[in-house]
Each structure stands twice: as C-alpha cells, then as structure tokens.
Design a protein around this ligand. Structure first.
Ligand code: ADP
Length: 191
C-alpha cells in the first residue's frame, strides 16, 4: 500500500494537491475536514459536536476524530492506499493511526509537509472564505487561532514521523503544477 500523509498548515493547498495525487496514484482521499463538513451539513450528532469546536477554530477532540477516521478506512478496505489530509493533527492521533495501520499489516509510507508562511496563509484563507461559505474562513482572529493550533500542537507530528525518516518538507509556494511535481518527486523517492 501507498499511504501518504499530506501535511501542512490550514490553507497550504492540501485539498487541491490531494485531488491531483488521487488521480496520479489511484488512492482514496480521506480529509477529516471534509468528513466533518459532511456531518455538519447533515446535522448528525457527530456534526453538531464538531461544529462547536470548528466554528471557534479549535481542534475536535481526538477520540471523536479518530473514531470517524477508522470508520472511513474500514468501510473502504479494497484500495491501493490512502491520502490522509488534515489527519493526524496531534501526536495521539499519529500514534493511533500507526497502531491501526499496523493491525492491518500496513504503515505510513511518507509524510509530505507543504511549507507556506503565515501571512500568505491568512491571505489565501480569507480569499477562500469569499466563496467557501465556511464560518471558520471569514474571520482573521479565528484563522490566526487555527494557525496557532497548528504551530503548537500539529507541527509536532512532523517531528514524530521524522524519527523514522518519513517526513519531507515541500515548498508550498509556486504554481499548482510546480508544487504537484515537487510532491511527486518526494513520494516517488520514498516509495
Ligand atoms: P484547514 O486545513 O483549512 O484547517 P480542514 O478542512 O482540514 O481545514 O479542517 C477544518 C477544521 O476541522 C479544523 O480547523 C478543525 O477544527 C477540524 N479538524 C479537521 N481535522 C481534524 C483533526 N484531525 N483533529 C481535530 N480537528 C480536526
């Protein structure tokens, strides 16, 4: 299996690049943000719980997120691999994911981290907010809070996978094509 963690701060272009990677490597894209938005859109109990965190720019608690992720993987077993987008976002999530994949005789192949500086991220997310309709994309204070969470909690996940030489930094500035080429090179080298 080819299992990729697409990593990087909010607004770094993970969703866009995930779509390109899915086509190129024939993988299943799992975005925890998209899964939460689907649940919120349907006003499910999970969606209602998630909304109370997401609207403030906070992370949804690990147990909730991990449970949802495992369900999605378990209901799609016959694939060549997964692109995890927006997950893991904490060390606890990374440890659960590794354990879960080990039980399936699988593992993470590589983590690619899109590197984009804070001011560019804020600009991109505010711009996305004009059309995304996402409440967490419209307010600079909430966006800055999401970036702060990333720096405080999520960035450690890079170091966690660096211990087994799986983490690679990729410059997230440039054209979509250029960034896609950089990601492919990093992934092909790690395979
Ligand atoms: P972005 O990458 O722009 O932050 P996402 O769509 O990945 O957007 O996530 C939107 C929100 O969903 C996050 O700010 C967070 O509240 C919640 N979320 C997504 N993934 C996770 C996760 N793995 N753990 C906890 N919360 C999450």
């Amino acid at each position: 299996m080819l299992n990729i963690i697409l990593f990087g701060p909010p607004g770094s272009g993970k969703g866009t690049q995930a779509n390109n990677l899915v086509d190129h490597y024939d993988l299943l894209h799992i975005s925890t943000g998209d899964l939460f938005r689907y649940e919120m859109g349907n006003n499910t109990p999970l969606g209602l719980e998630a909304r109370s965190y997401i609207s403030k720019g906070d992370l949804v608690p690990d147990e909730v997120t991990i449970g949802m992720l495992k369900n999605k993987v378990n209901s799609n077993p016959d694939v060549k691999g997964y692109i995890f987008d927006g997950f893991p976002r904490t060390i606890a999530q990374a440890e659960s994911l590794d354990e879960f994949l080990t039980e399936k005789d699988s593992a993470i192949t590589v983590l690619t981290s899109l590197e984009v500086h804070d001011d560019e991220i804020v600009k991109r997310i505010l711009n996305r907010g004009i059309t995304s309709g996402r409440a967490d994309d419209n307010d600079e204070t909430i966006i800055r809070h999401r970036i702060a969470n990333y720096n405080k909690e999520t960035a450690q996940v890079f170091d966690y996978y660096a211990k087994t030489d799986k983490s690679i930094k990729v410059t997230g500035i440039g054209s979509i094509e250029e960034i896609f080429d950089r990601l492919k090179s990093a992934i092909d080298e790690a395979k």
